[in-house]
Design a protein around this ligand. Structure first.
Ligand SMILES: Cc1ncc(COP(=O)(O)O)c(C=O)c1O
Length: 413
């Protein structure tokens, strides 16, 4: 099969409507939307009986290994609207040495750092921009902690759509640079991501920008959903026991939970679901507090701080969806300290040769903690998501040097 087939072949699509995640009210497909009429996220709904008839596992297995192999479960109708930078299927990497040392079962990392722009944000934004192209949107704006902005910049530029992006002052330098270099206009803002979100909201009202914020835009979650579709297919349609997910806005966690429901509806998986674990940093853990308090919504964190910038989200519009997925799955929410994150990056890199981003290092620290306190069993299969390449983040300096003006003592090196 030619490698570009998924990008060029017309395949049947099955979107029926969009549904308010809070009230269930139907909204029309194929028109521009942000939030529902009730001011809540919209979820894309499909004719799943139709998908069941149109898509078989063996046909899927013959398609090229990229995100677009799941076209029947995605909203883009025409192949001409697909925007792509090569959204490869990301590998599952085993961490056998650490699993053995910890006395754990199977420990796998899905390495999303292989995607275009080096993070899983490519999944969501390739869908958002493809749908923007299909719907004739000309100017997209977004608040970002870095990686999402980079992905929007890349795909929007490739499509000829303008993009304007706002990030907190201390967003990693590499993110701000890549956003600008990939053709967007980017501003640092002396506030947090929700302050940036307010600017986008005002720009929408005053300048007609399209608001591409997490869950205020209905299609990013459909792209993030493919993490769950891929994971299921890679594990031969047997879902793992537990998934540790670094949770900011929560699109990935909510998206995967949606993916599993859709896979069950089309008969690809049975009733077994993983326990979904929302991992946050102690300095910004609204979901953990709400989970522990048993509430449906989370309270904004006033002084949000953590080195894991991707999960520094003081308030998420999809809070009730994150909490619902975690509770329905029998999972939990857990916070880890920044020094545990730093230690985890080092431990995994030195032991397994795998460089995690800080957000994923948080999931490894949370996994260790949960194994120790019995919330994860010693024979369970666990999956962590490496959401971005570790190379995007500041790394420790190395002081060791060789002086060529002196003889080298090779035995001592
Ligand atoms: C590296 C990284 N991990 C995790 C997250 C959180 O993702 P989500 O919005 O799906 O919760 C982000 C979001 O910015 C991120 O950049």
């Amino acid at each position: 099969m030619p490698y570009e087939d998924n990008l060029t072949a017309e395949r049947p699509t099955f979107v029926t409507h969009l549904e308010c995640a809070a009230t269930g009210e139907r909204h029309a497909a194929d028109v521009v939307h942000n939030l529902s009429r009730a001011g809540k996220p919209l979820l894309v709904r499909y004719d799943l009986a139709g998908v069941r008839n149109a898509l078989a596992k063996d046909a899927l297995a013959r398609r090229a290994p990229d995100l677009w192999r799941y076209r029947e479960l995605l909203p883009v109708r025409r192949a001409a609207d697909i925007v792509s930078l090569g959204e490869v299927m990301t590998p599952l990497i085993r961490l056998p040495r650490l699993a053995a040392r910890l006395g754990a079962g199977e420990l796998l990392v899905k390495d999303e750092g292989r995607l275009p722009t080096g993070s899983f944000k490519a999944r969501g934004l390739v869908l958002a921009v493809s749908m923007a192209k299909a719907l004739g949107i000309r100017h997209m704006a977004m608040p970002t902690n870095g990686n999402a902005g980079a992905a929007l910049a890349a795909y929007a530029t490739r499509t000829g759509i303008r993009s304007t992006i706002f990030c907190p002052d201390d967003t990693p330098e590499v993110n701000v640079s890549e956003i600008e270099l990939q053709g967007a206009t980017v501003y640092r803002v002396n506030g947090l991501i929700d302050d940036c979100g307010r600017i986008v909201g005002e720009g929408k009202a005053k300048a007609g920008w399209f608001d591409t914020s997490t869950l205020r835009e209905p299609y990013r979650i459909e792209g993030k959903k493919t993490m769950g579709l891929e994971l299921a297919e890679q594990l031969d349609w047997q879902l793992p026991d537990v998934i540790f997910y670094p949770t900011g806005g929560g699109t990935g966690l909510i998206g995967m939970w949606k993916a599993f429901a859709e896979l069950a509806a089309i008969g690809f998986i049975g009733a077994k679901r993983p326990r979904m674990v929302a991992v946050q940093a102690e300095g910004c853990a609204p979901m953990v507090r709400a989970f522990e308090a048993g509430t449906e919504h989370a309270t904004r964190v006033a002084d949000a701080h953590t080195i894991a910038s991707g999960i520094r989200v003081p308030q998420a519009i999809g809070d009730f969806l994150i909490l619902r997925a975690v509770r329905e799955s029998g999972g939990f929410a857990i916070a880890v300290a920044d020094d545990a994150i730093v230690a985890a990056i080092e431990e995994v890199a030195r032991q397994e040769g795998f460089l995690m981003c800080p957000e994923t290092a948080a999931t490894y620290a949370a996994f260790k903690q949960s194994l120790a306190d019995g919330r994860v069993g010693r024979h369970e299969r666990a999956v962590l998501f490496n959401c971005a390449t570790g190379l995007k983040y500041p790394l420790p300096a190395v002081a060791r040097r060789l002086d060529l003006t002196k003889p080298i003592d090779y035995a001592a090196l």
